[in-house]
Design a protein around this ligand. Structure first.
Ligand SMILES: [Zn+2]
Length: 280
């Protein structure tokens, strides 16, 4: 027990969520000698197929998409120097309301207790000091992200461990800044006419007011790694959007990763700038 390395466990829904959501902390903590464990719950079969074909369209073969995304995930983990990749291999449930929500083997239709029992096994094995996943809305409402949250909460109830626990989030200031940059440059990175600043009411309902964010981790030194990890998932249209920014702008916008601390046994003062504050 005493010789156990400090361990970060990130629980994600799909191949590529590790890069976009926590690529910075995975890379940074690995570089600091912390053991990193990535649990990816689904196979990503409802992602884009070759040439951007969507599920249900001609040329979208879910099994082939899952195989491709597994390779991309492994490449991303190499870039981020993830120590241990664990795959739960549930079928990607697709967006809320899709038929695939209820498909046999889909993560969304899997009883929470089943997924939680499997995740709890991994927690007992790795004994994480820090666990990171999404909030109860799955950050943006995707069923698999919500389910990842649910099985993580349930798994934590099953194990005799007291890790620090975090939900990923983004500060509203960053959402605003992102909107400004996108409007200045256009989504394709091309200059367009300057436009009015984004009104508060137009902001997407994601993230939190800055003052509600407990933990700000500077990962700008690893912005290039995070970008390269996302580039490993270039088959997915959502990621191409980010890749078009280029490394520099991407790092500027995505270089600080933010979290809400929801469980703590260390007493580390808030706000904190380190997921492992109080643990080392
Ligand atoms: Zn996802």
């Amino acid at each position: 027990m005493a010789d156990r390395p400090l361990t970060l466990m990130a629980v994600h829904a799909h191949p590529d969520d590790e890069a976009s959501g926590t690529g910075g902390v995975l890379a940074r903590y690995a570089a600091e000698g912390i053991r990193t464990v990535l649990v990816t719950c689904t196979d990503g079969r409802c992602g884009d197929g070759p040439g951007g074909v969507k599920p249900g369209e001609d040329g979208h073969d879910p099994a082939a998409v899952a195989a491709m995304r597994r390779k991309e995930l492994e490449a991303s983990c190499e870039v981020l120097e993830v120590g241990h990749l664990e795959l739960l291999e549930y079928a990607d449930s697709g967006m809320m309301g899709w038929e695939s929500n209820d498909a046999p083997g889909s993560f969304w239709s899997t009883p929470v207790a089943d997924g939680a029992a499997r995740l709890a096994e991994l927690m007992r094995y790795y004994q994480p000091d820090v666990v990171v996943t999404y909030d109860e809305n799955g950050f943006y409402g995707h069923p698999d992200h919500i389910q990842a949250h649910r099985i993580t909460v349930a798994a934590l109830e099953l194990v005799d461990l007291s890790p620090k626990v975090y939900w990923t989030t983004v500060p509203h200031s960053a959402v605003r800044r992102f909107g400004e940059v996108m409007r200045e440059s256009g989504p394709d990175g091309e200059q367009s006419e300057p436009v009015e600043p984004v009104e508060a009411a137009e902001l997407p309902e994601i993230g939190l007011p800055d003052e509600e964010i407990s933990t700000w981790v500077d990962t700008t030194a690893f912005g290039g790694r995070k970008f390269d990890a996302l580039a490993a998932h270039a088959s997915q249209g959502d990621n191409i959007f980010f890749l078009r920014m280029g490394k520099e702008r991407f790092t500027e916008l995505m270089g600080v990763e933010t979290f809400v601390r929801v469980r703590d046994t260390t007493g580390a003062a808030l706000p904190e700038n380190d997921l492992f504050a109080g643990l080392r």
